[in-house]
Ligand binder design. Sequence first.
Ligand code: B12
Length: 253
Amino acid sequence: MKPNGNNVEEIIIEKAKDLGASLAGIASIADLKASPSYEAYAKKPFYEEYAPDNPNYFKFKGVEWHEEHKSVLVWALVHPETEPVLDWWSMKVPGFTPGNGIMRRQSKQLRVWMGEELGIKALSLPYQIEYGGAFLKDSAVLAGLGVFGKHNLLVTPEYGTRVRLRGIFIEADLEPTGPIDFNPCEGCGMPCHSVCPRDAFRSGSFNRALCKLENDKRDAEWEMLPGEIMGIEEESAVVKPCRYCELACPIAQ
Ligand code: B12
C-alpha cells in the first residue's frame, strides 16, 4: 500500500538527513531480493552459523523475507579518515562501533517517526546478516547512493567510499530513488587493489578469505583503550579494522 500524500519518499529521505544521515535513498524489496549478494548467498552462505546443518542454526534468523515489507530505506554516514574512531570496534560500545551506535539510534528514531507521523510500519535492521540484517551495499546501489567499485565497496559521488550504511524495511510500496549512472573506476589505476596488505585482489576481484585474514589478525591484536576515546565510561578492548582499500579510493578526496 502506498500512503496518501505527495512525495512521501522525499519526506522520508529529508527526515533521515535531518537526523544526521549523510545520504539516503529507497529501493524496492523485489529488486533487492534479486540482487547479486542474495544470489551468491543462496548458493553459499558465508556464515557457518547460518548453515542449516549447524546445531545453533535456529538461534539465528539469517535471510527471512516478509510479504509486508515492500521497500528498504538505506542511508549512509560519512566516516572521514580524520575520524578513525567511528570505525573502531569494542564490545562495550553500544552498537559496537561509535559510528554504528549513531546509526542504530537514527534507525530507531526513523522507525518511530515513520509509524507516528506517516502511519507506516517499519523494521529497523540489525547490522549482521545472521541476525536478520540485509545486504546494505546492494541496497544502497539500488537506491542510487552510489555504485560498486573495483574494491567491492560502495562508491558515492559525494564521499567516495568512506561511508557506513544502515537500513530499514518499510511496509509501503515506495518509488525507488536509484540506480544512478556513475563510473568512478573508469580509467583509475586502482590503488585500492595495490594497497591491500593481503593482496586480496590478486585474481582481479575481491577475495573475502584473504581480506578476512587481515581483519582476523587485527581482531587478535586488540588494544585496551581509555573509555573517553570510545565515548564510554570504562576502558575496553578495541579492534581497528582494516581500511586500506577504502581509504585509497581517490573519489571525492
Ligand atoms: C560480512 C562483512 C564483511 C566481511 C566479509 C566481506 C564480504 N564482502 O563478504 C569482512 C570482515 C571481510 C568485511 C570486510 C570489510 N568491510 Co564489511 N561487511 C560485511 C557485512 C556485514 C556483510 C557483507 C556480506 O556478507 N556480503 C555478501 C557477499 C556475498 O557480498 P560481496 O562479497 O560484497 O559481493 C557481492 C557484491 O559485490 C555484489 N555486487 C557486485 N557488483 C554489483 C553490482 C550491482 C548493481 C549490485 C546491486 C550488486 C553488486 O555482488 C557480489 C556477490 O556476487 C556488511 C554489512 C551488511 N549488512 O551488508 C559490511 C560492509 C559491506 N562492510 C563494510 C566495510 C567498510 C568493510 C571494510 C572496509 C572493513 C571495515 N573497516 O569495516 C572491509 C572491506 C572489504 C571489501 N573490500 O569488500 C561496509 C561497506 C561500506 C561501503 N562504502 O561500501 C559495510 C556495508 C558495513 C557498514 N558498516 O556500512 N566485511
